[in-house]
Structures are given as C-alpha cells and as structure tokens.
Design a binder for this molecule. Structure first.
Ligand code: IFM
Length: 463
C-alpha cells in the first residue's frame, strides 16, 4: 500500500503576501502596511502594496491552482478586509472578494482551507495594545465568527492562527516582523493572548457552524544539541521550550511547560497569563496544522547570539540549505511529524506548510529550472511517507507556496512558489517544481510513486 495514497494535496498562500490593493475595497491599514513603510524593515524596501495583484484579479492564480491539479488550496482572509474598524462592522466589498475566490475554487473542484490570522493585524487594534491586549482576542473572535457566518457556506476547513511563534517572537522580540517590538515579556504575552484567542474562537465558531473542521497552524523546529554536554542539552531545552513546546504543549495539554517559569521568570509568566484561563486553550480540534521548515543544531552560548532564545547559538547550517540559510533536512520533517503523532495519537495532522526559499530566476528560454526545489519535493514527500508508515496520521499536505509572493522581511527576492511570479506582467509561470509536484501527486494518487531523484542541473544539463 502506498503510504501517501490517502493524502489530500494542496498548496498555500496568505492574504498580505499576494493580494496587494492595500488601500482599496474598504480595507483598513494593518501592522504590515506601517512596518514596511519604515526604512530598513524589508529587503530593498519592498512592501505588500501590490504583491501578486490577486485582489484586482484572482483568476490567474485560480488557473494556476487548476493547472497544478491539487485537491485543496489554503488561503487567508484579511481581517482588515472583513471588519471595517473598531465598531466591528462587516465590509461587504471584502466579503464579496473572498466569495468570488472561494466560488472560483469550487468551480475548479478545489476545496478551500481558510486561515483567519496570518499576521496582518488591523493597525487600529495595534494602537489599542495589539496581541498584548485581551481586547485583540475578543476582536479576533468577532472577526472569526463574522468570517464563518459570511463565508461558511463555501468553507468547511478553518485554521484559526498561523504560526503564533512567529507573530509573537518575531513580531515582539527579534523585531524582524511587524509590529517590530523588541521586548521579551510582551512577546510572551502576545504568544499567550494568541493561544487564548485561538481557544475562544474555536468555541465560538463551533457554536455557529457545528460542521466546521477547525485547527491551527504551528511552525515546529527539529532541534538537536551540538554535544552531550550538560550546557548544550540545557540550551537545547531552552530553544525547544520557546520554539516548540510553549505552543504545542500548551495547545494540546492546557498548561504551560514546566520550565516556562524557570526560563521567562515568574513575573513575566504571571503577566502573560493575566485574564487567561490556560486550561481553556485546549479545545477539541479536528486537526493540528504543522508548518515545517527548520532544523537547527543548538549550542550553549554566554552571549545572546540568537535573536529570540537566550543563551544559545545555532551552528552554521551546512549544505544543502535554502537561499536564506535554512537546512534541507527531510529527516527532521519525519521526526517532527512523529513527535506530534506521539503527543496526540488520535489527532489528524495536516502539513499546512512546507517549502524552500530560493533565488529563482527565469532563464533566457523563459523557464525557471528550480532543481533544488524539485529535489526538495521528492525528498520531503519521501520523508512524509516515512512518517506515515511509522504511524503519523497525516491527512493533508500543503506546499508553500503556490506562487512567489511577498516574503515578509525578505521582500520579493526570496521566492517560495512552484509558480514563478513575473511581477511586471502579473504572469504565473510554472517552474520545474510545479511540473514535478503535479506529476508526483498524480503518481501518489495512482499508487505508482516514481521516487527517481532529480538528475537535472539548474542550467538544464543532465547531472
Ligand atoms: O512565507 C511564510 C509564510 O507566510 C509563513 N510560513 C513560512 C513562510 C516562508 O517563510
């Protein structure tokens, strides 16, 4: 039996990364609009003002989805397009746009999965405290219920929050993401308020849409210690606490990991959970979304080398690695999936993201021969099959991303799509990886996987 025969195949994007039209259709400003307007926050000063122009014309992207032959497409709805402002009013233009996209998916036989929060917080909420404030959690529940009421006839699968780790610790500690705050206590509070918002939203959505399938998407890292020394093993635990367990264990077990107080301090933890019943974060889920990118080797360090975790250093990543230095470690993907399966054996896993950032370009023949991504797809789908064969209950796999798009602080140069976005013309050109992903999922459906490794170099010559 082919391990991947039952998987639902998909690809993913998010609103701010593809839509553009930030000042049209009744959309209100978000923290990313303000952040990217500040000099030095993104490569070359890129912003999401235009992105892939999906708001003005969603059809080319829908056609790309159709071409790829996927079962399901993960998109996010922008809070700032759905809710007009502090009075909580619904914006009909925003709803009409998402209904058009969702209907376009259904017309092509593709099932949508919709993320409610993919980092684009309305600025008016930031001005009232952002994710450090429980008011944001209450507003999120209102937005979530509004989106489900308005779109629920077209959407069954909802992801409450994408990568709360990044929104908390890159938004509020490393400062690499909007709103660009650098304060550990605020970052911890932002993590807990997001998890609280997730739990409250799950309960509120179930009340209005009992048939909805609900989960959240966490990015988890595969971490190993540089040595067996007591110091390196302790450093590994610190990194694992902040990057993984703070989210994974709190959501699944309804209590903070035991070492959270040791690491963050009792005062910071007390302030972070103020007004929050941590036990209620654990609410029945229909799936857990896992975004897998990172494998790191952790060493103890006296100075704070890492922008997020104190007293650790991440060792330089050997080849093969992505253009932005992320290790290509499919074995780490298998380990992360099996770790989640061990913690929550009954809970279906959806791989809500997996992908690689490269400096892709079009060759003179107009094609993008992204051989590293082709190899990545083969290796990571083999790793997925290993996890499934060893007991991970994986139901869906979404490749990040469908098209190149606005890659946050990296702007547009770092590309993740299986379609090359030609920004000047708005065309989406299938890369070699799109052809490989399409062929591979067709093979997997037919139970006839061709695990042949890629043997073509980026210049097109045989290796
Ligand atoms: O582009 C991002 C996405 O928005 C969240 N997960 C990681 C991707 C690649 O960095």
């Amino acid at each position: 039996m082919n391990a991947l025969a039952g998987i639902r195949w998909g690809s993913a994007t998010a609103a701010y990364q593809i839509e553009g039209a930030v000042d049209r259709g009744g959309r209100v400003p978000t923290i990313w609009d303000l952040f990217t307007a500040k000099p030095g926050t993104t490569t070359r000063g890129d912003t999401g003002a235009d992105a892939c122009r999906a708001y003005d014309n969603p059809e080319p992207m829908l056609d790309a989805i159709d071409w790829l032959g996927i079962d399901t497409y993960r998109l996010s709805v922008a809070w700032s397009r759905v809710i007009s402002g502090p009075d909580g009013a619904t914006n009909p233009e925003g709803i009409a746009y998402y209904r058009r996209v969702l209907q376009g998916l259904h017309d092509r036989g593709v099932t949508p999965a919709v993320t409610l929060y993919h980092w684009d917080l309305p600025q008016w909420l930031q001005e009232r405290g952002g994710w450090a404030s429980l008011e944001t959690a209450a507003a999120f529940v209102h937005f979530a219920v509004t989106a489900v009421r308005e779109l629920g006839d077209l959407v069954r699968d909802w992801i409450t929050i994408n990568e709360p780790f990044c929104a908390a610790f890159h938004g509020h500690l490393s400062g690499l993401h909007a709103p660009g705050i650098r304060d550990e206590a605020i970052a911890l509070r932002a993590a807990l308020v997001q998890l609280h918002a997730h739990g409250e939203a799950v309960r509120a959505i179930r009340a209005v849409a009992p048939g909805a399938r609900l989960g959240l998407a966490m990015n988890l890292s595969d971490l190993e210690a540089a040595s067996d020394s007591v110091e390196d093993l302790a450093a590994l635990q610190r990194a694992d606490l902040v990057e993984n367990r703070l989210f994974l264990h709190t959501v699944l077990q309804g209590r903070l990991p035991d070492d959270a107080v040791d690491y963050f301090g009792a005062d910071a933890v007390g302030a972070a959970v103020e007004g929050i019943d941590v036990a209620r974060i654990t609410e029945r889920l229909d799936f857990i979304g896992i975004n897998y990118y990172e494998h790191n080797v952790i060493r103890a360090a006296d100075t704070d080398n890492d922008l997020v975790v104190r007293g650790i250093e991440k060792l330089p990543v050997p080849e093969p690695r992505s253009a932005n230095g992320v290790a290509v470690r499919p074995d780490g993907f298998t380990r992360v999936l099996l770790r989640v399966a061990e913690l929550a054996p009954e809970l279906p896993i959806w791989v809500t993201e997996n992908g690689i950032g490269l400096w892709d370009y079009l060759a003179p023949d107009g094609r993008c021969n992204d051989v590293e991504r082709v190899t990545f797809i083969d290796q990571y789908l083999d790793a997925l099959a290993d996890a499934v064969s060893n007991g991970a209950n994986v139901e869906a796999y979404y490749f990040w991303a469908l098209t190149d798009n606005f890659e946050w602080s990296h702007g547009y140069q770092l590309r993740y799509g299986v379609f090359y976005t030609d920004y000047p013309t708005g065309r989406f050109i299938p890369k070699a990886s799109a052809e490989r992903f399409r062929a591979r999922i067709a093979d997997e459906r037919n139970g006839a996987t061709n695990r042949a490794k890629n043997t073509v170099r980026r210049d097109g010559a045989a290796a």
